[in-house]
Design a protein around this ligand. Structure first.
Ligand code: PMP
Length: 432
């Protein structure tokens, strides 16, 4: 047995099967875009640990900030003693992420917790209960977040789910465009939204609509800009709050702090986690001050909210991102990937679509060039073949037929192209 194999067999004996295992990679050390596994092999990390290391594995200023904070205090509970790193991080997020007026931030620990709190705040602010969400959405694994999550495979036998959650079709232009122009498609999808008030839920009962501007787990589906604008208008007309979940798309991934700033729409509330803390558990609910202040005393919070080490890590991460122009790097990485993916698509009929925003790039495998016929088989073969050559990848999509790249944005062109070479060679072999 190799050390990695030994570790995996110990895992199987000690950890429940339900904890997802996307691949058999192990890790003992990580730096930049590379992971060293238990056998000392260097793996190119195209998974970015599910989008958490936009600024790279272990950025030195972040490690230093954690060490310095650890020497001061690990935990005092923000509910019991106020500390500067929490407040400084909220101030920073309030200025980076405009929500159309004075903004406030709640820090928590995980993405799912941010989503739970966003819904609680929206309900208190509107005194309404309903929440509208979308197909192929992913919002987390706690009870409300799991209810909002679309893929049935993520929640077998986990019900009863939270009540007052309604779902409509995500405007996935590639899958449902059916020959229409994007403008026609958006018009029809907005019509579907308006019809919801007759066939699904009365809008005056909706507290919020929650949507990912670029769906992550769902397969890097970019919401059409004009649909998001129409959704914003519909929310305003009916007094519904718009919650944008940028947990996967935030902090450089789309070549900007947020995807929404590139779409010309501002949310009432937004949720953040993952790359915000470079791997430390930290998440944020950012929102218009009057909305955020509607939550009653102690109705939001928790023992570990905004852990001091995590706040220090997030502050250092953002400063580092600013110093190295990470958003520009995101654009560059995205352009390199897009060109290489387009080249692969030109060669192989099994690739139906290449899409994304900034470095949030994906390719989708289908049979017969038909967006309705997902090809999960080619996707999983490609992942397995790349794994034998030390390239770690993850899939996406409700049908697992999409490859998404979430590599560190500090990846060198050489590392990135090496990973893409491996992908292309293995794809050539599988498809020939
Ligand atoms: N929302 C989105 C868009 C996500 O991608 C994820 C995680 N994949 C979550 C929420 C849940 O975050 P966490 O795993 O930190 O609870």
């Amino acid at each position: 047995l190799t050390r990695s194999q030994d570790l995996i067999s110990r895992r199987k004996a000690a950890v429940p099967n339900g904890v997802g295992m996307f691949n058999h990679a192990t890790a003992v050390k990580a730096e930049g875009a590379i992971i060293i596994d238990a056998d000392g092999r260097e793996l190119i990390d195209f998974a970015g640990r599910i989008g958490v290391v936009n600024a790279g594995h272990c950025p030195p200023p972040v490690v230093k900030a954690i060490q310095e904070q650890a020497a001061k205090f690990l935990h005092v509970s923000f509910n019991v003693a106020s500390y500067e790193p929490y407040i400084a991080l909220c101030e920073k997020l309030n200025t980076l992420l405009p929500h159309g007026g004075p903004t406030k931030t709640l820090l928590v620990s995980t993405g799912a917790e941010a989503v739970e709190n966003a819904i609680k705040i929206a309900r208190q602010a509107t005194k309404r209960q309903g929440v509208l969400c979308f197909t192929d959405a992913f919002h987390g694994r706690t009870m409300m977040a799991m209810t909002l999550t679309s893929k049935v495979g993520y929640k077998p036998d986990c019900g009863p789910f939270a009540p007052e959650v309604y779902r409509t079709q995500f405007p996935n232009f590639y899958r449902f465009g059916a020959g229409r122009s994007e403008a026609e498609f958006v018009k029809d999808e907005l019509q579907r939204l308006h019809e919801l008030s007759h066939n699904t839920v009365a809008p005056e009962n909706l507290a919020a609509v929650i949507v990912e501007p670029v769906q992550g787990e769902g397969g890097f589906n970019v919401i059409p800009k004009d649909y998001l604008k129409g959704l914003r208008k519909w929310c305003d007309k009916h007094g519904i709050l718009l919650i944008l979940d940028e947990i996967q798309s935030g902090f450089g991934r789309t070549g900007a702090w947020s995807a929404f700033e590139q779409m010309g729409v501002q949310p009432d509330i937004s949720t953040w986690a993952k790359s915000l803390g470079s791997g430390m558990p930290i998440a944020a609910v950012v929102g218009r001050a009057e909305v955020m202040d509607a939550a009653g005393p102690s109705s939001i919070g928790g023992t570990y909210i905004g852990n001091p080490l995590s706040c220090a890590a997030a502050l250092a991460t953002i400063t580092y991102m600013e110093d190295i122009y990470l958003n520009a790097k995101g654009w560059h990485v995205g352009e390199v990937i897009r060109k290489r993916f387009e080249k692969m698509k030109a060669k192989h009929a099994c690739i139906g679509d290449v899409r994304g925003l900034g470095a949030m790039m994906a390719l989708e495998f289908v049979h017969d060039g038909d967006p309705q016929k997902p090809d999960a088989d080619t996707c999983s073969k490609l992942m397995a073949a790349c794994a034998t050559r030390d390239l770690v990848m993850i899939n996406a999509g409700t049908e697992k037929n999409i490859i998404r790249v979430l590599c560190a944005l500090v990846i060198s062109d050489e590392q990135l192209n090496k990973g893409l070479d491996i992908m292309e060679e293995e794809l050539d072999a599988i498809c020939s």
